[in-house]
Design a binder for this molecule. Structure first.
Ligand code: SF4
Ligand code: SF4
Length: 148
């Protein structure tokens, strides 16, 4: 019988799994200044005509969605063409997903509350040693979010 060959790396040791992304690699956002949770309705790229400036104009984006490029700010009333043209992102690229009343670390399965609006995240790694847990804010959020 032919035994399958397993590549253990140049030194003959099993390779370590790739480290978790850092907060910046996972697009971590600090809490909104008004204490709200992240959603399209509070994003400066959202258009009240149910559109998002960074996605295809034909895509309906309601205020109860969110994506990894969320930036807190006042939405626009009307669609605005960018004078230099645009290359929109797809929902797959942005991680567009339902947000309901809003998403935050507080409702993420990687979050462990420490009190005082702070917690530890086991879904991203520290910049210093590339290991979890990473201190985060209760109302922060990143693209690795997974609802509990
Ligand atoms: S899809 Fe992303 S960038 Fe667009 S409005 Fe929603 S959160 Fe903002
Ligand atoms: S708790 Fe969840 S949403 Fe918050 S930083 Fe960690 S993975 Fe991202």
């Amino acid at each position: 019988m032919r035994v399958p060959v397993v590549n253990l790396g140049a030194l003959g040791q099993p390779r370590e799994p790739a480290p978790l992304p850092t907060p910046s690699g996972a697009l971590y956002r600090k809490p909104n200044p008004d204490g709200s949770r992240k959603r399209c309705g509070d994003c400066m790229m959202w258009v009240r005509e149910k559109r998002c400036l960074i996605h295809e104009k034909s895509l309906e984006v309601t205020d109860d969605l969110v994506c990894g490029f969320n930036v807190f700010g006042a939405p626009l009333d009307k669609w605005m063409e960018h004078p230099g043209g645009r290359m929109p992102v797809t929902p797959e690229e942005s991680g567009l997903r339902p947000a309901g009343p809003g998403v935050a670390c507080a409702s993420c399965r990687f979050y462990q509350d420490q009190g005082g609006g702070k917690g530890l995240c086991f879904g991203v790694s520290k910049e210093s040693d590339r290991r979890p847990p990473q201190p985060v804010d209760l109302l922060g959020w990143c693209a690795r979010y997974e609802s509990v």
